[in-house]
Design a protein around this ligand. Structure first.
Ligand code: LLP
Length: 419
């Protein structure tokens, strides 16, 4: 799906050089075939699970439509994500509305749409009750519980430790469900957790799952019928070439535990998963043009994309493989540091990488940028966001146009008293 012909990077059958000549840089390019492959990997690894795509990873409508067409559900984390997920084609009954700080209007929107809620606080529970009552509805919920598990990942993306802002503290989960059972317009039907992201070992997931089953047993005794147990997302992808577990590896370890522990229950819950990164991460590359090569303290390669378009290296010290898209077969002879155009010293995309001789005009490809790439972009330093392209075999389609200067001032108003 990503290959090389005559020394040039190809995305399926389309040359990266043709794309940048026609559409300019920077440019996010997604391979549909790679995305379909990832979707099929989940479908075949988890034939009996409900898979909810975490749309926060990449909310491009075309990408979400491909995933929705496979019958996947969606994990949304805001009213805006819910809006986009609905337009992309996700069915409300397969949408779980997550979030630790939902505004009242978001709860109203979710109730109106008929989605399920993952409830993160008692305040939220009572708000849902109020809204549901007003609309004469019964809303199905799970609590997001905080199982206090170390996922062994970057601290900024560990979400199930007891120090985290997410979820109902483990000791108070029974109390939360008890409160929910007393409410006429709220029906607890599931348990939810999400322990973190880019998790390379499966054991923390197994640990979490076991804890959720321990809880489920107690909940059944209280009269809760458990329709689903949602272990969230978080499966790592292979950014570095050192390997990462596949959905199959994941399934091999958690499905037997799930089936085994299900025997402890009288209800027949379904396993729910919320993958984001492992569906979209490796489907996409960011192509960025070299504006200058500077021999200074380091060999700096200054490109036209910075942390305005890919913030992961800066925020998490994340590693993304890079190459020279127009020199894929040339010998790697020098060490370069790839920096963006943003007016901050921290705007470094890749540090000390061995590459072929880089010159002005070359195109650097940054791999595995499909998850938490464009979605985390900004217009900082007056830089309109770039276009996104979807490649499908021989054809390609611009699935998001590049912004223009007009977008930089869109929605701004100079007050009359300044005129
Ligand atoms: N479910 C919930 C409730 C989540 O909060 C997340 C991600 C997911 C599912 C999907 O996790 P995934 O399968 O993608 O790991 N911006 C960071 C990642 C933040 C993840 C936030 N939550 C990064 O670029 O690494």
């Amino acid at each position: 799906m990503f290959g090389v012909k005559d020394g040039v990077l190809y995305i399926e059958n389309v040359s990266s050089m043709e794309l940048v000549e026609r559409l300019g840089t920077p440019l996010y390019v997604t391979s549909r075939a790679k995305l379909e492959e990832n979707i099929r990997a989940y479908e075949s690894a988890f034939p009996n699970a409900e898979i909810l795509y975490a749309v926060k990873a990449n909310n491009n409508l075309a990408i979400m439509r491909i995933i929705a067409n496979h019958g996947f559900g969606a994990d949304v984390f805001s009213g805006g994500e819910l809006y986009m997920a609905r337009i992309a084609g996700f069915k409300p009954e397969k949408i779980l509305f997550n979030g630790n700080s939902k505004s009242d209007w978001e709860i109203e929107m979710g109730v109106e749409c008929g989605v399920k809620f993952s409830v993160d606080s008692i305040d939220e529970l009572y708000t849902i009750q109020k809204v549901a009552e007003k609309r004469g509805k019964v809303v199905e919920i799970a609590f997001r519980v905080n199982p206090d598990i170390n996922p062994k990942t970057h601290p900024k993306i560990a979400t199930g430790l007891k120090t985290s802002k997410f979820g109902i503290p483990w000791e108070t989960t029974l109390d939360a469900y008890e409160k929910a059972l007393e409410l006429p317009n709220v029906k607890p039907v599931g348990i939810h957790c999400h322990i973190g992201s880019q998790i390379k070992e499966i054991s923390p997931f197994v640990e979490a799952l076991n804890k959720l089953f321990d809880l489920a047993i107690k909940l059944e005794e209280m009269g809760v019928e458990i329709d689903f147990i949602d272990v969230g997302g978080g499966l790592a992808i292979d950014y570095t070439g050192e390997g990462a577990p596949t959905p199959k590896d994941f399934a091999n370890e958690i499905v037997p535990v799930f089936e085994d522990r299900k025997r402890d229950l009288s209800s027949d819950p379904k396993l729910w998963l919320e993958p984001g990164r492992s569906l979209v991460g490796n489907t996409t590359v960011l192509l960025t043009r070299v504006n200058a090569v500077k021999r200074a303290y380091k060999n700096f390669v200054a490109v036209d994309a910075g942390f305005n378009l890919l913030i992961r290296p800066v925020l998490y010290n994340a590693y993304h493989r890079v190459a020279v898209a127009n020199k894929m077969n040339e010998r790697e002879e020098e060490v370069y540091t790839i920096v963006g155009p943003i007016c901050e010293s921290g705007d470094v995309l890749a540090e000390d990488r061995r590459l072929p001789k880089v010159e002005k005009g070359d195109v650097i490809v940054i791999f595995d940028t499909g998850a938490y790439g464009f979605v985390m972009s900004s217009q900082y330093n007056g830089r309109p966001r770039c276009a996104e392209v979807l490649v499908d075999g021989d054809r390609y389609h611009v699935v998001r146009e590049a912004e223009t200067f007009g977008d930089l001032i869109y929605k701004q108003r100079i007050p009359n008293f300044l005129l």
